[in-house]
Design a protein around this ligand. Structure first.
Ligand code: SF4
Ligand code: SF4
Length: 93
């Protein structure tokens, strides 16, 4: 009986972080935030399945949402859930 030397194959992909997979390339629609309308509630940042909305202080010290387009997949959840409709999904961007 021959021994199978390849019984334990190395993994075909290397372990890593989601940070290495820039999923923004998949996007067909792009969320655009109107910071004049955004009230800084953080709802979109909490709900984004890709955790790619960051809350940052603007020049006036007010909290505003900002999308990291490297990782946004364009699902539109943020736009659907924004209570003041500050996010518009633009197709083809
Ligand atoms: S949900 Fe709308 S109002 Fe709230 S932080 Fe996001 S963009 Fe701003
Ligand atoms: S479109 Fe989807 S993935 Fe992109 S920022 Fe909004 S919730 Fe996140």
């Amino acid at each position: 009986m021959s021994k199978n030397k390849n019984k334990f194959q190395p993994p075909t992909t290397k372990p890593g972080s989601a940070l290495n997979n820039k999923t923004g390339d998949w996007r067909t629609s792009k969320p655009v935030i109107d910071k004049n309308i955004c009230i800084g509630c953080s709802r979109c940042a909490k709900l984004c399945p890709d955790a790619c909305i960051l809350m940052k202080l603007d020049k006036e010290g007010k909290l505003k949402a900002e999308v990291d387009y490297d990782y946004c997949k364009g699902c539109g959840l943020c736009a659907a859930e924004c209570p003041v409709k500050a996010i518009l999904m633009k197709r083809g961007e």
